[in-house]
Write a new protein. Structure first.
Length: 254
């Protein structure tokens, strides 16, 4: 069966993916946020699994992660909340987080649960490519999950080619070397990087993350890439406006 991510990537448009932290602003907002994002035309959703030691996240996502943990969010709670999500939502859903909670849950048990619920892929930035290939690739494939790897402006072309070869969905293209949620707009350096990657003609499409917060940055990021991911800006919006006004946020991007 074809994965929803692959089907979505074939659509003839630039994709908007939104990241939010499960269990934030309130513990039971998760399902409502997912349903509202789909209703408002978002193409893909990354559900953040909060973790107590989030190294790659900027302050906004760290704060939402801490708040979600205080609210009582756990891996098991997330699975309970979204167990019937496929009755109401059809777009690709990806769980993004650190490898530690997956390991604690049991990698196979986690993958199996994802398959049961209808999760399409995982983004685990701290799971190295070689460890994934040696120890977990067979499990991901067994349960129909796409593993999404990250590249940054510092990733060598040789490494990017390896990641492209190992990928079967899209490549998460981190726009800058800094943590999430900083910077405004993209400078020459980022544009050169976007063009360099585009020129490599990778087999997997790229989706840009970090630094996308409005129509202008979305348009810039998707000039050469297939889509873009918004995380920190959406969490800031949830923080100030609450989950009830999601349509306003999405309208500002598209």
């Amino acid at each position: 069966m074809s994965n929803r991510i692959n089907t979505k990537l074939k659509e003839d448009k630039k994709l908007l993916s939104i990241y939010f932290t499960a269990g934030y602003p309130s513990l039971n907002d998760t399902v409502q946020i997912i349903e509202d994002l789909e209703k408002n035309g978002v193409d893909m959703i990354e559900i953040g699994l909060p973790f107590s030691d989030p190294l790659a996240d900027g302050p906004t996502i760290q704060e939402s992660s801490t708040a979600a943990l205080h609210n009582g969010m756990t891996t098991e709670t997330l699975f309970q909340q979204i167990k019937d999500i496929r009755k109401s939502v059809s777009i690709p859903l990806i769980i993004m987080g650190y490898f530690n909670p997956v390991l604690q849950y049991g990698v196979e048990a986690f993958c199996q649960k994802c398959q049961e619920i209808g999760i399409d892929g995982l983004i685990l930035p701290d799971l190295p490519l070689d460890v994934y290939q040696e120890e977990y690739e067979a499990l991901f494939k067994k349960y129909g999950l796409i593993n999404v790897f990250l590249i940054t402006p510092q990733t060598s072309n040789e490494r990017i080619a390896e990641i492209d070869k190992a990928s079967n969905g899209f490549i998460y293209m981190v726009s800058t070397a800094s943590v999430t949620g900083s910077k405004s707009g993209f400078g020459k350096e980022q544009e050169n990087y976007f063009e360099r990657i585009a020129a490599m003609n990778l087999k997997n499409p790229q989706i840009v993350g970090f630094g996308i917060k409005d129509k202008e940055t979305f348009t810039q990021a998707t000039k050469t890439a297939k889509g873009a991911i918004i995380g920190s800006a959406f969490i800031k919006f949830l923080n100030s406006s609450g989950p009830k006004s999601i349509s306003q946020f999405v309208k500002k991007i598209r």
